[in-house]
Write a protein that binds this ligand. Sequence first.
Ligand code: 5AD
Ligand code: SF4
Length: 473
Amino acid sequence: MIDQLMNKTHDESRQGEAYAPFVRDPNEYRKRFYIESYGCQMNFADSEVVAAILNQEGYGATRELTEADLIFINTCSIREKAEQTVRKRLTEFRKLKESKKGMLVGVLGCMAERLKAQFLEEEKLVDIVVGPDAYRSLPALVSEAESGQKAVNVLLSRDETYADISPVRLDNNGVSAFVSIMRGCNNMCSFCVVPFTRGRERSRDASSIIRECRDLFENGYREVTLLGQNVDSYYYVDENGQETVTFARLMEAVASISPLLRVRFSTSHPKDITDEVLYTMARHENICKYIHLPVQSGSTRILQLMNRTYTREWYMAKVDRIREILPECGISSDIIAGFCTEEEKDHADTLAVMAYSRYDMSYMFIYSERPGTLAQRRYTDDIPEPVKKRRLQEIVELQNRLSLESNRADIGKTFTVLIEGDSKRSDQDWMGRNSQNKVIVFPKKAGSSLKAGDYADVRVHDCTQATLLGNLI
Ligand code: 5AD
Ligand code: SF4
């Protein structure tokens, strides 16, 4: 099955962002919804599934809050701060709701799952609460809420992957898209709420993923990012039990759609990324040479408390392996400062692993205790806030240095850049990314026919910590 699909080849910080709707006849829809998303890329991808489900029911997306009959907020629970942001936003919606009769507010995603019906009690003006596996029931829940009842569905599923739903691309640059390949997580990192809010891990039907990627390519997209909490444990067995598809195989199938389609993926767990994946990346020019490989901590003792199942040495050996097989590969990380019992020497170990790995970029966080997690039940959140902050600051400063060093090392090199659009600062410049996921800005050339979605060869002549600056060659 996957071979047939492969052979049919042919001739590529958004927190709280409201999405632009696909342009359609405004009279086509009977009502309007507004959706705002927080958290990980997965949540943004889920909002596109929600939009597809609502579209089918005759609800069209709007970017204008005041125009909306339905307001949805797709929420994140990963840190307390994320939840606070959402609560603040809900109080703003409340005011709006008071002034607009009949308007409904729905909470989606991880906070909905975590807080369940409690939400309806606490936040009196929330009408609908829907967990990440229950979006198919949204139309029924909306009807229920329209008739004045409170509507909740937070059932988690063992097999829901929304495989058959074609997401409506909302935040649409027309060049790059996220494609969800699996849901949930079985890892049980002790700090993490995700296994509780998103449930058990399950992989989406491989042929539906390949179909979605091919459709995107045919519609002019030139980059897909395959999304999952832990993509390397992707494993799909077809209905007849005849064929198994690993992540490496899936990635290869997507890369074979066209050499002009770039393939990215996120996130990899260091324990699961295999040589097979690395060699597959090496074989295909269009599989981007970039791996997000969260370390979380550089101390073996802390890693053990975090239940990450690897040691610092094991992680560093994995980085060595990546550099050996993919010498040009970009590597980024997630790092947590101030986990339970973390001492100065553990923190120093984290800084040392960062320097060893020479991360191009990192997402860096202060540990935030989450209710119900293993860490909350077993350990004391005992690092004083000022200490956490100071350690985070040191981590950020080191990362800034590493990012600048990594960018400086690119000066003089030439990269193939996929153009995403105008640069943020000037419509005289293009902005795009190289295979390593670094942003490159370069001046447009008078009379050139280049456009978003095209590839261009760009030589880097300068950089900042966050951006490479170049010229077309
Ligand atoms: N506190 C701080 N950071 C966390 N992350 C996950 N849970 C927590 C928490 N309780 C971070 C991890 C993860 C990223 C998505 O968020 O680094 O990789
Ligand atoms: Fe959380 Fe670990 Fe799953 Fe990532 S892999 S979502 S850190 S439990």
